[in-house]
Design a protein around this ligand. Structure first.
Ligand SMILES: NC(=O)c1ccc[n+]([C@@H]2O[C@H](COP(=O)([O-])OP(=O)(O)OC[C@H]3O[C@@H](n4cnc5c(N)ncnc54)[C@H](O)[C@@H]3O)[C@@H](O)[C@H]2O)c1
Length: 358
């Protein structure tokens, strides 16, 4: 294959910024077209990048016959669009999260497997150098046996008010836990090598989204009387290998920090990792000891364009026939936990996780 011919479906903020622009920087990629239901947006972006534009993504697939597409529509549409496109034999990079729930995710993973096409999930945060330092420390045995992971990703006020994120259909009917909780899970699970979860206990809360006085402090605007999603969630997860994990995620909370703060921790018997950042880990420190001293190690990190590395990894897995770094199976683990937190929250008790064979 000379150049990989790529289309982008959904060219809003993220589709344009984190997919389209990075693709144009890869010499072995030709962006052939974009599709967006919003005619004005499709035309604007199509003209800006000098590519053909469509309002119907299936028409784009039929007419342009691309090798691969990025799907960057609102979350509630990810799985349907991915299935439609994979069924036509096209490789797919779906932005996070892969679907609104576990059954959608399994459906997409099975379709990709049946069609023998690359399915990658767009966790750009996975390409963080700080996270990679953590993974390397883990694989070199510097952390020893990990037994507890902790993740916190909370905004003081950051309910995303646009329909993409809070309309029940477009968002997949789920709030902060799905939208940004998936980043915590992906970051931490990648350090732990995606162990199988066995039980989950969780709680979800809606304390800000329905309060009209809160709208002005958050992002965009929405109708509080129609807000039906959780704005905070907490979960406790036990894994098959004996390790456990605590996560806390919020679009809004009365906390001290301004903006979004991410804290990531893995405790092992030889060392511990502590990361700071937001959706992506930007700093990571290894805490350990010699015979006589406790010490901290902080790597010197270069700047990396994480979105560029994400699309590069997608294209490499197509051209080199290798598994992408963020796989559909990993999303099965992520979504089995997210779904079980919602189930536990509604039942008010711990719930056993069931993961069907793929
Ligand atoms: N904005 C971010 O910082 C960010 C970060 C990470 C991930 N994401 C993910 O990216 C996705 C999109 O987010 P965004 O911020 O770009 O939203 P957005 O609202 O700016 O863009 C979504 C675009 O999809 C289009 N669209 C809707 N239905 C479509 C369809 N059937 N076919 C083609 N196009 C369709 C919309 O018209 C819109 O232009 C979400 O799933 C979100 O979770 C966003």
């Amino acid at each position: 294959m000379d150049k990989v011919r790529v289309g982008v479906i959904g060219v809003g903020g993220h589709g344009r910024g984190r997919h389209l622009i990075p693709y144009t920087k890869l010499p072995n990629v030709e962006v052939v077209a974009v599709a967006d239901v919003n005619q004005r947006r499709a035309e604007e972006v199509g003209k800006e990048f000098k590519v053909r534009y469509y309002t119907d993504y299936m028409e784009m697939i039929e007419r342009e016959n691309p090798d691969a597409v990025s799907i960057v529509t609102p979350t509630g549409l990810h799985a349907k669009v991915a299935k439609d496109v994979l069924s036509k034999g096209v490789h797919v990079l779906v932005d996070k999260p892969l679907g609104a729930n576990l059954s959608e995710v399994i459906d997409v993973v099975r379709t990709a497997k049946a069609k023998g096409k690359v399915l990658m999930v767009g966790y750009w945060s996975r390409f963080s150098p700080a996270l990679k330092f953590g993974a390397e420390a883990m694989s070199l045995g510097m952390v020893g046996e990990p037994y507890l992971a902790y993740g916190y990703l909370v905004r003081r006020r950051g309910i995303p008010g646009s329909p993409t994120f809070i309309d029940k259909q477009l968002s997949g009917g789920r709030g902060a836990l799905l939208d940004i909780g998936c980043y915590i899970l992906d970051n931490l699970l990648s350090l732990l090598n995606f162990p199988r979860p066995v039980t989950v206990s969780g709680a979800t809360y809606t304390k800000f989204g329905r309060n009209p006085e809160e709208v002005k402090f958050n992002w965009g605007s929405w109708d509080p009387s129609k807000f039906e999603l959780e704005d905070y969630a907490v979960g406790f997860i036990r894994f098959e290998n004996g390790a456990s994990m605590i996560i806390e995620v919020g679009w809004a909370a009365n906390v001290s920090h301004v903006g979004e703060v991410g804290i990531y921790r893995v405790l092992g018997n030889k060392g511990g990792l502590e990361g700071r950042g937001h959706e992506a880990v930007t700093e990571m420190t290894l805490h350990s000891r010699t015979s006589n001293f406790l010490y901290d190690t902080k790597p010197v990190l270069g700047n990396v364009d994480m979105s560029l590395e994400m699309v590069r990894a997608f294209i490499d897995s197509i051209t080199q026939g290798k598994e992408p770094p963020t796989t559909g199976y990993q999303s099965v683990i992520i979504h089995s936990i997210i779904d079980t937190i919602y189930e536990s929250a509604s039942k008010g008790s711990e719930v056993r996780v069931t993961i069907p064979e793929i």
